[in-house]
Every structure is written in C-alpha cells, then in structure tokens.
Design a protein around this ligand. Structure first.
Ligand code: FES
Length: 119
C-alpha cells in the first residue's frame, strides 16, 4: 500500500485566516491600489489585529501583496480560506473587516468587490 504525498493530505491551516492587501505601486504613474490608501489600510489592519490579540499561528496573519489583478476595485484585500474579496475606503471599513470577518467569521457584505470587477 502506498502513502499519499504530503501535499494531498488534509491538514489544519497554519493560520485560521490570512488577509492579503495589494500594495502595488506602478512606477509609470498608472493607477494602482497604492494611490488609494492601500498602505494605510494595511497598517490599520495590522495594528487592529495585533491590538485585538488575533495575530499569530492558529489565528490571523496580515500580509502585503503585489497586484492581485483586481485593480478596478482597488484598494483591495482578500481573506483566505474563504477567498472573500474586499474593497475599502477608510479606517472604519478596515475595523469592520477585522471585527466582523477576521475575528468572528462574518463576511462584511457591504464591502465586497463586485464579482465582475477585475483589472
Ligand atoms: S494594483 Fe491592486 S489589484 Fe492591481
């Protein structure tokens, strides 16, 4: 009897939730998430997750990302494992994502990226 390769075996996720923020900046001056408050959103999320005691293995991880190819909705962030895409405007939006989704697993419907919006 042969064993399954490691990558095909189910396992617990290292993080319960993982949120990626596009911080892409285009050197040629073209529009990108960095021109619409992406860094501020990332910084706010990072500090709120830490302040709430949500950061760490088995909990939440906040990461930077390059272009996620959904620029038309920017600034954007995506939460895994649910693969839920958000667009945000200010700190209160970020706070709601942290409290509702990252802490309690409830999707913030009003901030969802419309399904058809891509690059
Ligand atoms: S520049 Fe942010 S998704 Fe493309």
């Amino acid at each position: 009897m042969s064993e399954k390769p490691m990558d095909l075996q189910p396992s617990a996720s290292y993080y319960e939730r993982h949120i990626f923020f596009c911080l892409n900046e285009r050197k040629n001056g073209e529009d990108s998430c960095s021109m619409h408050g992406a860094q501020a959103g990332f910084d706010r999320c990072k500090s709120q997750v830490k302040a709430a005691g949500l950061a760490g293995p088995g909990k939440v991880r906040v990461n930077k990302a390059g272009c996620l190819d959904r620029c038309a909705a920017g600034p954007v962030a995506v939460v895994y494992p649910e693969a839920v895409w958000y667009s945000f405007v200010d700190e209160s939006d970020i706070d709601e994502i942290v409290e509702s989704h990252l802490k309690n697993g409830q999707v913030v419907e009003r901030l969802l990226v419309p399904p058809h919006l891509g690059r």
